[in-house]
Design a protein around this ligand. Structure first.
Ligand code: S3P
Length: 425
């Protein structure tokens, strides 16, 4: 994909549904009784992997394009799949489904693509084994492929070493099949979509501070879910509008759950002109329309408890930092090393190619902003968020930027390039 310097962005757009919420809607619908109807479902490859896994376990799921209908089998109604479950590129699918599979009455195998087979699963194997699960890494390296033999589980209290919604959700879902209450405490609060949505489906789930707990064996009932737009996808349009002079863009129906809105808080601190209009609740999740105007940005420090609330936005924040005046320091972001690619290394390597001053640290990045950026050949490392971040960088840089394997945006945003073009005048 070739990207050239863009004139100002104008107009409005609605971005696709939230990836995390779409995954959970399918999973919880499958475990419920009756019909679940999900509107504005994200048709990204990751969420389609989740649908396919549950179809293989005997759940009838109709995907009509914008909405998805799930005929739930109930908590104890999944069937042993005939083939290996394939989570594709999706960490959320792999980790959350593992929690569910640990409590079934059958054995199955779960794997994913080359990236998934390198991502750490020890973080879920450990708590699941403490719950009595029989789960193992086939290659003995704490990565997928996993073999999971479902059985009755014990309730535990788990002190998670990482602030990870995937780990938290895996344990809470296994807790549905435990003999007692299960709780998880994390160092900082991660996204809470599992807690909000499972409660909506009828689970007995509570949150206090950074601890979430769940009681076993609830009767889950199907629901209607309207998925708000994904703030992680909105981030690329926010960033592009901020750094391309003369831009004014209205991004409609964006989820602004406080466990996800760190990008807005950081942008405001950098001096961004972003107005939140029409604040409302969309399917039990807070949402708003965002009016973004190009702004003069300054460098900031991003660290500590805000990190989980913008974990997927750090690559595009690094791009913003390169266009801001002064230094941006990102700390406590070591989790980026184990995402779809090593996003700290990749950002250092690829942003440097464009002339940015960026240094990697053990747990983050230091970016000296304000240098003019020029086009370059960018290796996306098949990571959707890297491809989209460098599309934004390329639109604000001089010359032509070529993004290799640009199609990987299909993981979370199949219409990304088309939507970005629609704002260019
Ligand atoms: C997700 C949680 C985050 C995030 C991922 C989606 C989820 O991962 O990076 O894109 O849906 O629970 P961690 O919770 O492991 O940081």
């Amino acid at each position: 994909m070739e990207i050239t310097k863009s004139k100002c962005l104008t107009g409005e757009l609605s971005i696709p549904g939230d990836k995390s919420i779409s995954h959970r809607g399918v999973m919880f619908g499958a475990l419920s009784h009756g019909l679940t109807e999900i509107s504005n479902f994200l048709q990204g490859a990751d969420c389609l992997s989740t649908i396919s896994c549950f179809q293989k376990m005997g759940v009838k799921i109709e995907n009509t394009g914008n909405s998805v209908l799930i005929h739930g089998n109930g908590l104890h109604g999944l069937r042993a799949p005939d083939t290996v479950l394939d989570a594709g590129n999706s960490g959320t699918t792999t980790r959350l489904i593992s929690g569910i599979l640990a409590g079934q009455n059958f054995t199955c195998e779960l794997t994913g693509d080359a990236s998934i087979q390198k991502r750490p699963m020890g973080r879920i194997l450990k708590p699941l084994k403490l719950m009595g699960a029989e789960i193992s890494s086939q290659n003995g390296n704490d990565c997928a492929p996993l073999t999971i033999s479902g059985r009755a589980l014990h309730g535990i209290h788990y002190q998670s070493p990482v602030a990870s919604a995937q780990v938290k959700s895996c344990i809470l879902l296994a807790g549905l099949y435990a003999d007692d209450k299960t709780s998880v405490t994390e160092p900082y609060l991660s996204r809470n979509h599992t807690e909000l949505m499972l409660s909506h489906f009828g689970a007995d789930i509570a949150s206090e501070g950074t601890t979430a707990s769940i009681l076993p064996d609830p009767l889950l009932h199907g629901c209607r879910i309207s998925v708000p737009g994904d703030i992680s996808s909105a981030a690329y349009f926010i960033a592009a509008a901020l750094i391309i002079p003369g831009s004014e863009v209205l991004i409609k129906n964006v989820g602004i759950n406080p466990t996800r809105d760190g990008i807005l808080r950081v942008c405001h601190e950098m001096g961004a002109d972003i107005e939140l209009l029409n604040k409302r609740s969309e399917g039990g999740e807070p949402a708003a329309d965002l009016l973004v105007r190009s702004s003069k940005l300054k460098g900031v420090t991003i660290e500590g408890e805000i990190i989980p609330s913008l974990i997927d936005e750090i690559p595009v924040l690094a791009v913003l930092a390169a266009f801001a005046e002064g230094t941006t320091v990102i700390r406590n972001a070591e989790e980026l090393k184990v995402k779809e690619s090593n996003r700290l290394d990749v950002m250092v390597r690829e942003l440097s190619k464009m002339g940015a001053s960026v240094t990697g640290t053990d747990d983050g990045l230091i970016i000296e902003g304000g240098r003019p950026l020029h086009g370059a050949l960018i290796n996306s490392h098949l990571d959707h968020r890297i491809a989209m971040s460098f599309t934004v960088a390329g639109m604000a840089a001089d010359g032509t930027t070529t993004i290799q394997d640009a199609h990987c945006v299909d993981i979370s945003y199949p219409g990304f390039y088309r939507d970005m073009k629609s704002l260019q005048v």
